[in-house]
Design a protein around this ligand. Structure first.
Ligand SMILES: [Zn+2]
Length: 416
C-alpha cells in the first residue's frame, strides 16, 4: 500500500466558502475544548484522557441544546481533529514537538479534515466534500486509487486548497541490489544545491534571496500601518502572497532536484549525508541559507521517492569528514577552509572541485557502510523507519517541513 497526497486549488462559491469557514471554526473549537479538558483532567487526576473518552465527552456535548450548532458541519471532521490532538500529544511525549497549543482565530492557517466520503469527478472538474457538496476544483493532475481522506485548507493569502490522500493499492517495489557501478554519491551544499559523484551539478537559485528585497520593502510598509486598520490587512495579504510565491518556487526546485537525482538517474542506490538539519539551523550564519534551501524537505523527498521506485537510500554518518578527505588517496586535509572551492591534495597531488570530491567520498563511504552491514551479497532494503516516516509525512499532505527546535527544557517545564 502506498499513500500519496495530491493537492488541488478549490474554487468555492460564496456559500461554500462560508461553510468552509464554519468548519474551520467548529474544528478549532473542538481542538481547544479537548486540549483544555485533557490538560485540566491531568492536573486534577494525574491521568491522561484517552481518545475514546474524549469522543464520548464530545457526543454528550453535542447532544446538549447549547451546543447543537456543532451539527452544522461534518461531524466526522471532529474525530479527525481529536486524532490530530492525540498525535500532537504523542509527539510531545516522544520529545519530537512542543506541548500542543490552542488554536487562534487570528492565525494565518486554517484547515479541517474529512476522514471519509470524499469523491472526485475529473470530467466535471469538481470534488465532493461531506456537508458541502460538489466544489469546483482545478484538477490538474489525475490519480488512481482509493481516496482515504481529504483536508481543506485556507492559506494565508486567502486561497482554498484541498489535499487528497490516495491509496493506490500497490505494494512498494522490492529494493534492488546495491551495485557500485549503479551507485551515486550526492553532496548537498549551499553554493551548488547538489553535486553528484557522476559530475551532475544542480545550482541553487536561492528563491528567498531574490524575493527578499521585495519582501523587505513590503514589510516596511506594513510596520508603518496602524494595527487593526483595513490597509494593514490588505498589506498583510500582499506579504502572504509574496511568501507563498517563494514557497512555491522552492517546492518546485526541490522536486526538480529529487526527480533528477532519484527518478531520472540510472543509479539504483543513492548515498547521502545524514545532515542534522535542526542542529545546522541553529548556526546563525548559515541558518537563513539552510532554511531557504529546505534540506530537511529535500531529504524527505529523497526518502519517499527512493522507496516508491525500489531504490536504496544510504545515509552516511554526519560526522564523516567528506569534504576534508581526499577521494583518491584517503588522506585528510585538516586546514581546508569553507571558502576553499578547489580541493588540491598535498599527498597524491589530485585536484578537483571541492563538492565533487565530497560526493565521491560520500559514495565510497556509503558503499563501505552498506557492505559492512549486510556482507558482500547485499540487498539492502529501505529501513522500516523510513517507510513509516513516509506514510505519516504524507498523511499531513505536502506541506513544508517546519523547522522547530525540540526543546526538552520546555517539555519538562510543562509536564502537562
Ligand atoms: Zn590524495
Amino acid at each position: 500500500m502506498t499513500l500519496k497526497a495530491y493537492q488541488y486549488s478549490l474554487k468555492p462559491t460564496k456559500a461554500q466558502a462560508d461553510l468552509f469557514v464554519l468548519s474551520f471554526g467548529h474544528n478549532r473549537f473542538v481542538w481547544n475544548w479537548a486540549l483544555a479538558l485533557k490538560s485540566r483532567y491531568y492536573r486534577r487526576f494525574g491521568q491522561s484522557l484517552s481518545k475514546r473518552q474524549l469522543q464520548d465527552q464530545l457526543v454528550k456535548k453535542k447532544n446538549r441544546d447549547r451546543y447543537a450548532w456543532l451539527y452544522q458541519v461534518n461531524a466526522q471532521s471532529y474525530l479527525a481533529t481529536l486524532d490530530h490532538l492525540d498525535q500532537a500529544f504523542s509527539d510531545f511525549f516522544n520529545g519530537k514537538k512542543k506541548y500542543p497549543r490552542f488554536k487562534s482565530k487570528s492565525s494565518h492557517w486554517h484547515g479541517y479534515q474529512n476522514p471519509q466520503h470524499t469523491d472526485v469527478d475529473f470530467e466535471q472538474g469538481c470534488v465532493k466534500l461531506p456537508k458541502i457538496g460538489w466544489v469546483k476544483t482545478t484538477l490538474h493532475r489525475p490519480f488512481e486509487g482509493k481516496i482515504k481522506t481529504s483536508t481543506v485548507k485556507l492559506t494565508p493569502s486567502g486561497r482554498y486548497r484541498v489535499s487528497i490522500l490516495v491509496d493506490d493499492g500497490l505494494d512498494l517495489p522490492v529494493p534492488s541490489t546495491i551495485e557500485p557501478d549503479l551507485t551515486v554519491g550526492v553532496d548537498l551544499g549551499i553554493k551548488s544545491l547538489a553535486v553528484a559523484s557522476d559530475g551532475t551539478v544542480i545550482e541553487n537559485t536561492q528563491p528567498l534571496q531574490a524575493a527578499l528585497v521585495t519582501l523587505k520593502k513590503e514589510q516596511r510598509i506594513l510596520s508603518r500601518q496602524k494595527k487593526g486598520s483595513k490597509s494593514r490587512a490588505k498589506q498583510r495579504l500582499i506579504i502572504a502572497k509574496c511568501h507563498e510565491k517563494v514557497a512555491n518556487i522552492r517546492k518546485h526546485l526541490l522536486h526538480q532536484v529529487s526527480n533528477h537525482l532519484v527518478s531520472k538517474n540510472q543509479a539504483t542506490s543513492i548515498c547521502i549525508e545524514d545532515l542534522h538539519v535542526k542542529g545546522l539551523i541553529r548556526n546563525k550564519k548559515l541558518s537563513r541559507h539552510i532554511a531557504d534551501i529546505a534540506w530537511g524537505e529535500l531529504l524527505r523527498q529523497f526518502e519517499y521517492k527512493c522507496a516508491w521506485q525500489g531504490k536504496n537510500l544510504i545515509t552516511i554518518d554526519r560526522f564523516y569528514p567528506s569534504s576534508k578527505t581526499c577521494s583518491s588517496c584517503g588522506s585528510i586535509k585538516h586546514d581546508l577552509k569553507l571558502s576553499d572551492r578547489w580541493y588540491a591534495c598535498d599527498h597524491c597531488g589530485v585536484e578537483m572541485d571541492r563538492d565533487l570530491n565530497a560526493a565521491i567520498n560520500i559514495k565510497q563511504q556509503g558503499l563501505k557502510q552498506a557492505l559492512e552491514q549486510v556482507g558482500t551479497t547485499c540487498a539492502v532494503k529501505c529501513s522500516p523507519k523510513s517507510r513509516l516516516a513516509q506514510s505519516s509525512d504524507l498523511a499531513k499532505g505536502t506541506e513544508f517541513t517546519q523547522y522547530e527546535s525540540a526543546e526538552t527544557n520546555a517539555r519538562t517545564a510543562h509536564a502537562v
